[in-house]
Unconditional design. Structure first.
Length: 284
């Protein structure tokens, strides 16, 4: 039996995170990120470099240690139980990193310790760097797959614009595409507008209907990278540290949120005189 559970059974003090969940029936947290950072102090970079743990395991440990329910954790993190379950299942594609950060704070963990958070942050960074995305995508492929792709040029358009462009090239309508892949036009519209999850199977089906390789879609390449990262946690940790360790530390360290004035920066008096000179008034 773990020390946390033994202390709980003996009625001794539980960790702060447990107290917070028990004391107010999981009342929503209202602190801003900056206030939360000031309360905790700067994040320890070494804690981010520790092996990542799955969110489902972190939740299970917290429930066992604190004696709270899954629903209480969801309420405290200000996410629905359904959304929390999706996050625990590794599906953060529609939620981004904010929900994972909220859950991590509720579990009293650095967000960077969660594997799902590392995946989400790496994918987000890659989606904003087409060159890095292509590089990692090619690494994730097998030698045979890389040979088949050859020197293909990838589109950097998002899914919706890419589909509209392919529809125009083939002189098709959205309704005709929807009928061709067996979905309602309204559902296809939601998918194209980013309101529904894009699975690998769906991306391949749409690509086939439009006579295109699925790799043309940025989302397909990201989905394959997602699968590869899940299978290669050591590469995930390497990319996470490389792409996001410094921004993560800065985000949780309030002393790094604002640059200190340098010796050559103008002081308040000089700024006042300069503005007065511009508008033509007496600075005194």
């Amino acid at each position: 039996m773990s020390g946390l559970v033994e202390r709980s059974l003996r009625g001794e003090d539980q960790p702060d995170a447990c107290d917070q969940l028990h004391s107010s029936t999981a009342a929503p947290r209202t602190e801003s990120i900056v206030e939360d950072a000031r309360r905790r102090g700067p994040i320890d970079p070494e804690s981010v470099r520790r092996p990542a743990i799955r969110l489902s395991d972190a939740i299970a440990r917290h429930i066992q240690a604190c004696g709270v329910s899954f629903g209480a954790i969801a309420h405290r993190a200000r996410v629905s139980p359904t959304r929390l379950q999706l996050l625990a299942d590794g599906d953060s594609s529609l939620f981004g990193t904010a929900a994972l950060e909220a859950v991590a704070r509720t579990l009293d963990l650095p967000a960077g310790r969660l594997r799902e958070y590392r995946v989400a942050v790496v994918l987000d960074a890659l989606s904003n760097s087409s060159e890095r995305l292509e590089e990692v995508f090619l690494v994730a492929l097998s030698p045979i797959e890389r040979a088949l792709i050859g020197d293909a040029k990838f589109s950097n358009e998002r899914f919706g614009p890419s589909v509209w462009r392919l529809l125009a090239e083939h002189e098709l309508t959205q309704q005709e595409l929807a009928e061709g892949i067996g979905v309602d036009q309204s559902n296809l519209s939601r998918i194209m507008n980013g309101h529904e999850r894009l699975s690998v199977d769906l991306l391949e089906t749409i690509a086939q209907a439009l006579d295109a390789a699925p790799e043309v879609f940025v989302e397909y390449r990201l989905a394959l990278i997602d699968e590869w990262l899940q299978q290669h946690p050591e590469r995930l940790d390497q990319l996470f540290d490389e792409l996001n360790l410094e921004p993560l530390v800065a985000e949780h360290d309030p002393r790094r949120l604002r640059r200190l004035p340098g010796p050559l920066d103008p002081g308040p008096g000089e700024l006042h005189e300069s503005l007065a000179d511009i508008v033509g008034v007496d600075a005194s």
